[in-house]
Design a protein around this ligand. Structure first.
Ligand code: ZN
Ligand code: ZN
Length: 236
């Protein structure tokens, strides 16, 4: 019913999507899905198809157990920027539909575990107030509705408002994020948790969140990201 009153904008071209759809048929061909030989740890594309791990994951153990992503970042960088900074929370409808389908597949084929809860990567309170929404939480809520795995946005908090990580090297990101996240609920104890975020770049944020959840007693931590950047896997 709401669709009648407020047609959804297509996340690719930002115009109203055709009635009853979340994306224009032509625009649906633009986002590139992650397929082919992928890293068995981060889910990034492998340059050496015979390898099990990308150079990043081969060289350094991640705190999370395994992860996967839906899209190649380069194919949807514009839509992701608008989703994050351009006040387009409505894109979450299309994005979470895709993320839920990919997570369902990953849980069966790659992670091979039943998930207990989805935990969105938290934003610092100040940034949340400024933006009005946490894009990761919107993705996790949409996935909860589709897969029935409970979303818990209240078990992990971000206590430090770090400077933008974009320009930092991986070691700089790691030290900056070390004490940024805290697990704040006993409900994570012994649970299998899927962290949800919009973009996976070097894995520093995901590792910091996983470490915080393990400190809180989590059993195992995986991640599902909407998009994965070239820094994961390819340009190590
Ligand atoms: Zn479109
Ligand atoms: Zn990897």
């Amino acid at each position: 019913m709401l669709d009648l009153l407020y047609p959804r904008r297509c996340p690719v071209c930002d115009r109203a999507a055709p009635f009853g759809t979340l994306i224009c048929p032509a625009c649906a061909l633009v986002p590139v899905r992650m397929n082919g030989p992928l890293c068995h740890c981060c889910g990034g594309r492998l340059r050496e198809p015979e390898a099990l791990f990308c150079p990043v994951c081969a060289g350094r153990r991640h705190a999370y157990r395994r992860g996967a992503a839906v899209f190649d970042y380069r194919s949807i960088s514009g839509p992701l920027l608008r989703f994050k900074y351009g006040n387009r929370p409505e894109y979450a409808d299309y994005f979470s539909e895709e993320l839920a389908a990919a997570l369902d597949r990953a849980l069966r084929k790659d992670f091979r575990v039943p998930a207990d809860m989805l935990v969105p990567v938290p934003l610092h309170r100040e940034r949340l107030l400024a933006r009005g929404y946490n894009q990761a939480e919107l993705l996790a809520r949409g996935t909860e509705r589709r897969l029935g795995i409970p979303c818990r946005g209240d078990v992990l908090i971000r206590t430090e408002n770090t400077a933008p990580l974009k320009t930092m090297s991986a070691p700089e990101r790691r030290s900056c994020l070390k004490s940024a996240f805290h697990s704040c609920s006993d409900d994570v104890k012994s649970k299998t948790i899927i962290l949800i975020d919009d973009i996976y770049t070097t894995g520093s944020t995901m590792d910091a969140c996983a470490e915080a959840l393990y400190r809180g007693g989590a059993g195992s931590v995986y991640f599902m990201a909407l998009a994965i950047g070239a820094q994961a896997g390819q340009n190590a």
